[in-house]
Design a protein around this ligand. Structure first.
Ligand code: 13P
Ligand code: ZN
Length: 271
């Protein structure tokens, strides 16, 4: 059989982890990614019925029953993923009742999926209902998004408007805005359900004083959302405290949405 570590889907994961690390958004073991794989594609490389270890989920996640996911390992350093994918990544198969998952590849040395696995699985379930082509959930500690969460209200409207107004591209890339949740203890079902609730309306969710989740049909889409939001946040932090002489106005934002026919733009966030 072919080596799954060199399959297009594992290679894509190895490359994006390296890129995220190089941006400085995944210090130490910070960040985690999961990608829904096609069962047939995985079966070209490994026996998808050969469960090496089974682990119970905090609560059943029936929406994702039977799905196969490529997931970064808990505690894995993104800088090491490229050179040692079998230790720092793994493939899991959610059980038919959604109550547990089985490890079918990776996590060598006794590892397991990210501590944010609940959030990932719940977000996938919600996003798939919005978009059947959805595949990727990506979490990282984008520096300026975190900084911004200290100095503006943690609301969907405040974050969305601030990001739209600091970068013309933002309205085009995420016209539906971004979700934002107050600081919570991470690594639990509780934060998972709160994040998944936001994912009913948004592809991005900001975790105050922690980081950001981006989702999409592809690694490019999820990463592109995070990059664009972080760019807006970087500009926001650079201009914070300076006298603002001009900005992208609400009328300007409406004009962008109308010019590009962005039907899902949140006009109700504009004054
Ligand atoms: P993991 O190493 O368990 O993925 O945790 C990293 C992280 O970013 C927690 O939010
Ligand atoms: Zn994190």
């Amino acid at each position: 059989m072919k080596n799954i570590a060199d399959s297009p889907f594992v290679l894509e994961m190895r490359k994006i982890c390296t890129l995220l690390y190089s941006h400085g958004w995944d210090e130490r073991n910070g960040g985690n990614i999961s990608i829904i794989l096609e069962n047939d594609k995985v079966a070209e490389y490994i026996d998808i019925n050969d469960i090496k270890r089974s682990i119970a989920l905090e609560s059943p996640k029936p929406d994702m029953a039977g799905k196969i996911l490529l997931v970064t390992a808990s505690g894995s350093y993104f800088k090491n993923v490229y050179d040692d994918p079998e230790r720092n990544l793994g493939i899991i198969r959610i059980s038919d009742d959604g109550a547990s998952y089985g490890i079918i590849w990776g996590y060598s040395g006794g590892g397991k999926p990210t501590s944010e696995v609940s959030t990932h699985i719940l977000c996938h379930g919600v996003r798939l209902k919005q978009d059947p082509e959805h595949r990727v959930v990506m979490h990282c500690h984008a520096t300026n998004i975190i900084a911004m969460s200290f100095i503006i209200p943690v609301t969907d409207k405040a974050f969305s408007k601030a990001l739209w107004q600091t970068c013309t591209e933002s309205m085009y890339v995420f016209p539906e805005g971004v979700g934002a949740i107050e600081w919570m203890v991470c690594g639990s079902d509780e934060i998972g359900y709160a994040t998944a609730e936001k994912m009913k309306d948004y592809r991005i969710c900001i975790w105050a004083q922690h980081g950001i989740f981006g989702t999409g049909k592809s690694v490019d889409e999820a990463f592109g959302l995070i990059e664009t939001a972080e760019k807006g946040a970087e500009i926001y932090m650079k201009i914070a405290g300076h006298p603002i002489l001009q900005t992208i106005t609400d009328d300007n934002l409406r004009a962008i949405a109308e010019h590009f026919g962005l039907k899902n733009a949140r006009f109700d966030f504009l004054d």
